[in-house]
Design a protein around this ligand. Structure first.
Ligand SMILES: [Zn+2]
Ligand SMILES: [Zn+2]
Ligand SMILES: [Zn+2]
Length: 336
């Protein structure tokens, strides 16, 4: 089975518009232009439809209120010249009332969550179906024969249909291309503002799959043995935070004569579902840390990290704008 990639779409477009009426230079520019894909299409975890998330308002959700984006960001092919092929269906449109992607190929515009029928606006999409899925193309997107929207059929629950009950899959199995946000990798040198002559580096890596790693190195360049704690936290723009701690580890100073160990190294991995679920936030997180003598922490490491996170988040958000604290939390992922 042919795997349809972004390039195939673009090349397909090029051959379709490659008529003598259009200058070759324009064909090339247009064919390889990202403008033929629109991003910001998302899955709504309330009603299960594909909706456009690029406006401040989030449309009308049949499960009540506005849509709520979850998971991948889809990048969908569109253009006035995109005709239907065996593996890609045209006539998919954005509904300006409910913001969902719906099939506009029938005279009947079905039921819109915002009342009446759907109302097509903007780009004309041509969506791939019955091709192989992979890490960049998600399958199980289906047409709902009741409300005519594109919805995700891959979960046991079939969402909420504007025509009543759950969506009902019919016809092609669509496979939609999505961007993979880049992994987040932050490395920083660490020092202490206190008296202790210790320092080193810290690195946190997170992936859209939820995989994470917490690694670092601390060195004691002084005379006295030191037991230290390094508290680190990833803080997302909306306040979901993920904590890591290297707690109460000793690095020896020159006072230790036998089996002296001036360095502490670690590299520890894990996976957390909240990283995956909040990936669009996590991928924009900042890393903050504090390196202290371990005996200065009297409240317990989790409480210490929580207080540090609250304080830091308040500083960050005051510096930006007034920001609601609605989504704030601190989840301690690792204490090692
Ligand atoms: Zn919705
Ligand atoms: Zn609609
Ligand atoms: Zn439906």
């Amino acid at each position: 089975m042919a795997r349809t990639t972004r390039r195939d779409f673009l090349l397909g477009t090029a051959s379709l518009i490659g008529t003598p009426l259009i200058a070759p230079s324009i064909i090339r520019a247009a064919s390889f232009d990202n403008d033929f894909f629109q991003s910001q299409w998302r899955y709504c975890d309330k009603c299960a439809v594909l909706f456009f998330n690029g406006f401040p308002a989030k449309g009308t959700c049949s499960a009540g209120g506005a849509h709520n984006a979850y998971g991948f960001e889809f990048e969908l092919p569109h253009g006035n010249q995109l005709v239907e092929t065996e593996k890609a269906q045209a006539n998919w449109r954005y509904c300006g009332k409910c913001f969902s992607m719906f099939y506009d190929g029938f005279p009947d515009k079905a039921k819109c969550a915002a009342g009446g029928g759907h109302a097509a606006q903007g780009f004309k999409f041509r969506l791939p179906h019955d091709i192989a899925d992979d890490g960049k193309n998600q399958t199980e997107w289906r047409y709902c024969q009741k409300c005519h929207v594109m919805f995700y059929n891959g979960f046991p629950g079939k969402g909420r249909c504007a025509a009543g009950g759950a969506h009902s899959a019919y016809g092609y199995v669509f496979v939609l291309p999505h961007g993979n946000p880049p992994d987040l990798s932050i490395r920083t040198n660490v020092t202490t503002s206190g008296w202790a002559p210790i320092g080193g580096w810290l690195q946190v890596d997170v992936h859209s799959s939820g995989d994470f790693s917490f690694a670092g190195h601390i060195h004691n360049s002084g005379a006295v043995n030191i037991r230290y704690t390094l508290a680190a936290v990833l803080i997302t723009p909306s306040g979901q935070s993920f904590g890591f701690a290297r707690n109460a580890h000793r690095v020896d100073g020159t006072q230790t004569l036998i089996d002296r160990n001036r360095d502490d190294n670690w590299n520890s991995n894990g996976n957390d579902i909240d990283i995956m679920r909040n990936w669009d936030q996590v991928s924009r997180a900042q890393l903050q840390y504090r390196l202290v003598a371990a005996d200065t922490i009297t409240t317990g490491i989790e409480k210490y990290l929580f207080d540090f996170t609250v304080e830091t988040f308040q500083k960050l958000t005051q510096a930006a704008t007034s920001h609601p604290l609605t989504k704030f939390y601190m989840k301690l992922l690792q204490t090692i």
